[in-house]
Design a protein around this ligand. Structure first.
Ligand code: URA
Length: 486
C-alpha cells in the first residue's frame, strides 16, 4: 500500500500545515488538531502552530498548504493516538506558558510518544525536561495568583458590592484559574482584571472580557486595612526568613498587596526585635503558663521555630514540682518522640545506669529537655537526629524557663552543650565548665556535664576517660545535693 493510500486522499505528501489556534490557552483545540495530524502521520517538522496575533514560522506561512481549512481528515481506520496520563497532565499546563514554541514542542513529544510510550519517564530527555519545566513555571504562576489576588470593593449602581482585583500573570493562566476563584468566592460578585484578559463572576455565570490596564482597577479601600492589620498580626518575627519570603512573595506582586507596604518596616522591626529578644535571652511570647499542665499544652502547639513543624510531638518534662534536682537534656530523640517521655531511649538508659551508680534517684528529679520537639531528617524510613541550632535553642528557652520557675529546683544539671546554652543563653565549653557550679541569671545553681549520647559514640580509651569524667560529675552533683539538703 502506498503512503498516499494509507493516509487517505486529503493528505498532501510533503505539504506543510499551519494550525491557527483560536486562543493562546486553548489546549482542547491543540489536542484535537494534534490527534488528527498524528493519525495522518504528519511529522512535527511539517506543522506550524500559530497563536492569535502570531506569525508562526515563515516557512509555514509560505508553504503550499497553509491554513486551517486545509488540514487533512484522518482516515477512518487510523489507529488511536497514544498519550499517557502523565503527558496529558503536563501538556495541559505547558500549553498555558508564554513560550511561543510550546505547541510545536508538545506536538513533537506526542509524535515521539507513538513510538516510545514510556518517553515521559525519561527525565534526561531534553524535550521531556523542557515541557516539565514549562509546566512547572505555569503551576508556580497559578500558585502566585491564588496567593496574591486582592479584591477591592466597589459599589455597583444598584448598591450591591462588587469586588475587583488586578493581577499580572506571567503566563496564560487567567481562564484556567478562574474556576479556583469561582469555588472560593462563589457568593461574591467579582472581576479579575489582567493584561492578558479578564474574568467576571456574577454569582451564577462566568464571563470573559478583554485585556485590562492597571488603571481600570480601583486601588485602596477599607478591605485593605483589614488585610494590613491581619498581616501585621500574623507576622512572626522569630520565624522571619527574608530570602525565603522574597522567593515566595516576589517584589513584582507587592504593588497589588496592601500588606506589602508594611513589609520593609516589619522586616526592620522584626530584626531589631529579634536581636533584642535573643540578647535578653528569651522571646516575648506573652505570659508564661503558670502550671506544668499549661506548659505541656502550650508546647504541643508551639511553632515558634521550624522544628515544631516536623512530623513529631512535643515531649514535656516529668518529675515532681519542688524536685531538688532538675536534669536537662538536649531534645527528645526518636524513641522519646514516640513514647512522649524524656530519656527513655539508649541515652536515657545509660543515664539511668550512671544515676544509680551515683546514688541519685531519677524519680525524685525533674527530667526535661532544652528543645521540646525532636529535630530530625528522614533517611529512608529512619528519622536521623539533628542537633538544634542556637536560634532554636534560644527560642525554646521560654518553655524551659517556665518549667524551672514552676519546679524551682535547687540545682540544675545540664547534659551537653545545647542544654548548657538553653540554661545560660550563651555557649560554653563542656570541658571548661564541668566540675564546678555556675550561676544562672536568677542566681540558681547550674552544673554542666557531657551528654550521655556522647559516651555512646566513643570507644576504647576515649570512652574510658569520658565515662570516668561523667561518673565523677554526677558524684559531685550528688554530694552538692546532700549539702543543700543538709
Ligand atoms: N537525648 C536527650 O537529650 N533527651 C532525651 O530525652 C533523649 C535523648
Amino acid at each position: 500500500m502506498t503512503a498516499q493510500k494509507r493516509l487517505g486522499r486529503n493528505v498532501s505528501l510533503g505539504a506543510h500545515y499551519a494550525v491557527h489556534l483560536p486562543a493562546p490557552d486553548d489546549f482542547a483545540f491543540w489536542r484535537e488538531r494534534a490527534r488528527g495530524l498524528i493519525q495522518c502521520d504528519v511529522p512535527p517538522d511539517r506543522v506550524s502552530w500559530i497563536e492569535p496575533g502570531g506569525t508562526g514560522d515563515l516557512f509555514a506561512a509560505e508553504g503550499p498548504s497553509r491554513g486551517e481549512k486545509r488540514l487533512p481528515a484522518p482516515p477512518a481506520d487510523a489507529p488511536p493516538v497514544r498519550a499517557s496520563q502523565r503527558f496529558l497532565a503536563v501538556a495541559r499546563s505547558t500549553a498555558l506558558h508564554t513560550d511561543p514554541a510550546r505547541f510545536g514542542l508538545l506536538y513533537r513529544v506526542l509524535w515521539r510518544l507513538q513510538r516510545n510510550p514510556r518517553l515521559m519517564e525519561d527525565k534526561a530527555d531534553p524535550e521531556v525536561r523542557r515541557i516539565e519545566e514549562l509546566a512547572k513555571a505555569v503551576r508556580r504562576d497559578a500558585h502566585k495568583m491564588h496567593a496574591f489576588v486582592r479584591f477591592r470593593e466597589v459599589a455597583e449602581e444598584d448598591g450591591t458590592p462588587h469586588f475587583v482585583a488586578w493581577f499580572e500573570p506571567d503566563h496564560h493562566i487567567v481562564r484556567a484559574e478562574a474556576a479556583f476563584f469561582m469555588r472560593r468566592f462563589a457568593n461574591m460578585r467579582w472581576s479579575i482584571l489582567t493584561p492578558r484578559g479578564s474574568v467576571h463572576w456574577d454569582g451564577e455565570t462566568m464571563h470573559e472580557g478583554p485585556p485590562a490596564r492597571r488603571s481600570d482597577a480601583p486601588s485602596g479601600d477599607p478591605v485593605e486595612d483589614l488585610w494590613r492589620s491581619y498581616y501585621a498580626s500574623i507576622f512572626n518575627p522569630a520565624r522571619l526568613k527574608v530570602g525565603a519570603m522574597l522567593s515566595e512573595m516576589p517584589k513584582k506582586y507587592w504593588k497589588n498587596l496592601p500588606e506589602a507596604e508594611l513589609i520593609p518596616q516589619l522586616i526592620a522591626g522584626a530584626q531589631a526585635k529579634e536581636a533584642q529578644m535573643v540578647s535578653s535571652g528569651s522571646l516575648d511570647m506573652g505570659e508564661k503558663p503558670a502550671t506544668l499542665a499549661g506548659v505541656d499544652k502550650a508546647i504541643h502547639t508551639c511553632r515558634n521555630c521550624p522544628i515544631g513543624e516536623l512530623d513529631n510531638h512535643a515531649v514535656m518534662g516529668e518529675g515532681p514540682i519542688g524536685a531538688a534536682l532538675m536534669i536537662v537534656g538536649e531534645q527528645p530523640g526518636d524513641q522519646e518522640d514516640v513514647a512522649g517521655r524524656p530519656f527513655v531511649g539508649p541515652a536515657g538508659q545509660l543515664l539511668d545506669e550512671y544515676l544509680v551508680r551515683a546514688g541519685i534517684d531519677r524519680s525524685a528529679a525533674y527530667v526535661t529537655n532544652t528543645v521540646k520537639h525532636f529535630k530530625f531528617v528522614w533517611k529512608g524510613k529512619r528519622r536521623l537526629h539533628q542537633s538544634p541550632g542556637a536560634k532554636e535553642i534560644d527560642t525554646c528557652r521560654w518553655w524551659l524557663e517556665a518549667e524551672r520557675e514552676i519546679v524551682k529546683p535547687r540545682l540544675v544539671l545540664a547534659l551537653g552543650a545545647s542544654a548548657a546554652r538553653g540554661l545560660l543563653g550563651r555557649t560554653v565549653s563542656i570541658s571548661k565548665a564541668r566540675g564546678a557550679p555556675l550561676a544562672l541569671e536568677d542566681g540558681g545553681e547550674l552544673w554542666v556535664t557531657a551528654h550521655p549520647s556522647y559516651l555512646l559514640r566513643l570507644d576504647g580509651e576515649a570512652h574510658e576517660t569520658q565515662a570516668a569524667l561523667f561518673a565523677s560529675d554526677l558524684a559531685a552533683v550528688k554530694e552538692r545535693l546532700e549539702e543543700l539538703a543538709g
